[in-house]
Design a protein around this ligand. Structure first.
Ligand SMILES: Nc1ncnc2c1ncn2[C@@H]1O[C@H](COP(=O)(O)OP(=O)(O)OP(=O)(O)O)[C@@H](O)[C@H]1O
Ligand SMILES: [Mg+2]
Length: 292
């Protein structure tokens, strides 16, 4: 008798096999990423032949991948495969790690983000980031949102700033819960509220892309559901790249999924294709729970 989780894994394998026979039986990574890592149009971020090193250790190998405009791209793979490393390349967050070196090309629309002339502060406003652990500033809820627009000079006066604060909190689905206590400290909110506050903070400076690294892993299922609904709404206006350990979450929120293994991008495709009929044995082994 199989335990419930084994049965689920087994059934997923059976169902996956029933859809189509496997084309690739090898557990060797392919020479070239399978599926459709590159898009024909509506690309927000273009990554080409990206390698990342920490000192002598290579963490990312020759990754070429587009992030489409207004899509949610999920990045999945076993722990240590390089998801966070790759995500951090997209807004030069890896610059903050001394030993880290990034080669290859990454463009936001037509701009090379690694061009020495690139204003990195501005880049990080255009490509915002939401982390695993909510990290509000130890300031009021209002200030958490107002700080970015103020330093980036996005407003002329207090009325405009108030509007940005309200709109950002409303778009993050938090306004009704906090409108009567904007002066309370942000760190006093619940975990799920703090994460929505951080999303509101990212939105407040008009980003084009939002990067999320396991944004729900510290949240309970109800707060997770709220953030997932929010991600779906945000897709109307923003491009989102999200790292997640939850395959259910990737299936629920994303349109395309990228599977990483030992620093290599094995396969990228429409999310339902990755989860029902993956092209590579390594992807299938991961999604059916045989490793990772
Ligand atoms: N600051 C760092 N200095 C040195 N090596 C690092 C650093 N950060 C990550 N690495 C190494 O790079 C590789 C990829 O790590 P990364 O954190 O990107 O993986 P991940 O897929 O995000 O894993 P997880 O799912 O556990 O978060 C690992 O071998 C890791 O040890
Ligand atoms: Mg990580």
């Amino acid at each position: 008798m199989l335990a419930a989780d084994q049965r689920e894994t087994f059934m997923t394998v059976v169902e996956t096999r029933a859809v189509a026979p496997k084309k690739t039986k090898t557990t060797e990574p392919p020479d070239k990423t399978l599926g459709k890592p590159l898009l024909e149009k509506k690309v927000s971020m273009h990554c080409r032949e990206v390698d990342v090193f920490y000192g002598d250790q290579q963490a990312i190998f020759d990754v070429s991948l587009d992030v489409g405009k207004y899509e949610v791209l999920a990045m999945i793979g076993p722990s240590g495969c390089g998801k966070s490393t790759f995500l951090r390349c997209l807004n030069r967050m890896n610059d903050t790690i001394d030993s880290c070196k990034v080669t290859g090309s990454i463009r936001l629309d037509d701009e090379d983000i690694y061009d020495p002339a690139m204003d990195v502060e501005l880049l990080r406003a255009r490509v915002g980031m939401v982390f695993q652990k909510p990290n509000p500033f130890p300031k009021s809820i209002y200030e958490n949102i107002a700080y970015g627009p103020r330093i980036h000079g996005l407003t002329r006066d207090k009325t405009e700033l108030d509007e940005i604060v309200e709109n950002s909190l409303a778009r993050a689905g938090l306004w009704d819960e906090v409108k009567d206590r904007l002066d309370d400290v942000g760190t006093g909110l619940s975990g799920g509220q703090q994460q929505r506050l951080c999303i509101a903070r990212a939105i407040a400076i008009n980003p084009e892309v939002i990067l999320m690294d396991e944004p729900c892993s510290a949240l309970d299922p109800i707060a997770t559901a709220t953030v997932e609904e929010l991600i779906d709404e945000l897709r109307q206006r923003y491009t989102i790249a999200i790292v997640t350990h939850s395959m259910q979450q990737a299936a629920r929120v994303s349109q395309r999924t990228a599977y990483f293994h030992l620093g290599k991008l094995i396969e990228v495709d429409k999310t339902d294709k990755i989860f029902t009929n993956p092209g590579h044995e390594l992807t299938e082994a991961y999604i059916t729970g045989r490793f990772g």
